[in-house]
Design a protein around this ligand. Sequence first.
Ligand code: CAO
Length: 546
Amino acid sequence: MSEQEIKVPDLGGADEVEIIEIIASAGDSVEEEDPILTVESDKASVELPAPFKGKITRITVKVGDKVSEGDVVGMMEVSGDAGGSEEAADEEPEEPKAEEKSEAKSEESKPAPKKKSGGSRKETVKVPNLDGFDNVPVIEINVSEGDTIDADDPLVTVESDKATMEVPSPYAGKVEKILVKEGDKLSEGDDLLEMTIVEEGGEEEEAPSEPAKEEKAESKPAEQSKQEAAPQPQGSTYEPPSPGAKVHAGPAVRKLARELGADLTRVKGSGPKGRIVKDDVQAYVKGQLQQAQQGGGVATGSGIPGVKLPDFSQFGEVERESMSRMMAATATNMQRSWLNVPHVTQFDEADITEMESFRKAQKAAGEKKGVKMTPLPFLLKACAAALAELPQFNVSLDMERKEVVRKKYIHIGIAVDTPHGLMVPVIRDVDQKGLWELAAESAELAQKARDKQLKPAEMQGACFTITSLGGIGGTAFTPIVNTPEVAILGVSKAAMKPVWDGNEFQPRLMLPLSLSYDHRAVNGADAARFTNTLTQLLGDIRTLLL
Ligand code: CAO
């Protein structure tokens, strides 16, 4: 066992590079070549690998430090002979020397620039030397067919296991055809894309390329030629992360994000120049998981940007007050239902002329009983009958188990408007109760709701909900299904309308109905059948007895 220095290896010609991320810490056991830290030059971000297998004992640098080849960045314990000699230490890493790389680029891989005065020509851009790597996957295509680009504009981003590099365009011109796609593995000399290159003062025409090639190659200073084809820095320009934006992250972070399924364009970088580090990816994934759990596994807020509030005081005087618990709970439930349920609303009208004369005729009887007969008990009774006739409305969906839960009972919730918010007490076994019983029970539950006296059990177990705005007004509305129920009936204010009876218009009292339903559970034809059933039952309440 011996303690060895961890030194900065050859940096491909870069003099001084900045440490932008420390990946390993003291105490970590590492394999040879495991990344220890990430540095960024003005050309590329590169991970510095562990020179030996062993245990890190100390990291002696911090993020932001500038280091050069040979600088010590930490110490590690190395077992056995590995790294025990200076030679062994000096052998690592086996990065090609900067000079070697540059030569390779200029002589072998870089398509020699072509020049001719005037005209245009087609050119196939090839993959340049990739710092000695081959079979490097494309992780991003930075141009689209039809784009007009300048020389040095990034064409694609590739990622080796050591570095992320952008391949720059050797020419200015128009991208005609992209010959690679994300995930393709590229090596030096592979075809990348086809371009039309327009020479200054030139016209769109094909031109012989070979002589022109030589001419331009000769006319360019050697150093400039090298630079044109050299992979350029990833993230030398930083853009704030947003979907579709470029990502500023090193290979290890990209690998981690891929493993965790995190979209890096959505991750906010906390490193220098907004660079995304491992902690950012972990925090992002953790946040997403927490959000999903808080939503009870439903889609609440998932992927949906929140609403940013302006400073309202700039428009006038404002004051803030906390939401009541009930208001906050209602808001959550409404959003949950709205986001989870594909809603459709079916509208219809019931002729309640006869029903209303019958109801009014019960006034004296009601006074005796101390119960007021409103339209609501009739609606409850009609809905119970419709639910019995069309049981596909009396279900809940268990999407996790891909099951439909069919209910053999008919409990109906009634939405009650109270000073402290909307409450939905539930009337049990509506199908087994008479109109007076329903009138008394709904009045009692509505009063309890207004007095905040409802017990939790009195608000649970509904199969369906009625929300009546008939006493207030309106002609129609689109209620939100009270999930996990699959339908809700909205009732608006009845109005006298001229209705054609086949011979003449008759004044009839028409009651507007708005049936919202979960289109996963119920289809449109069934919804029309449901409102048909309701209009028939309410149009002739004797049928409620059948
Ligand atoms: N068309 C015309 N008149 C109607 C009517 C309708 N659809 N529904 C009720 N009315 C009449 C009643 O007959 C009564 O008139 P009279 O006093 O002349 O008889 C008057 O309107 C008031 O009725 P009500 O509201 O006291 O009784 P109800 O049984 O119809 O309703 C309840 C009870 C609890 C549903 C109701 O009080 C209520 O709170 N409604 C609001 C529900 C709500 O806010 N829904 C929205 C949910 S989504 O935000």
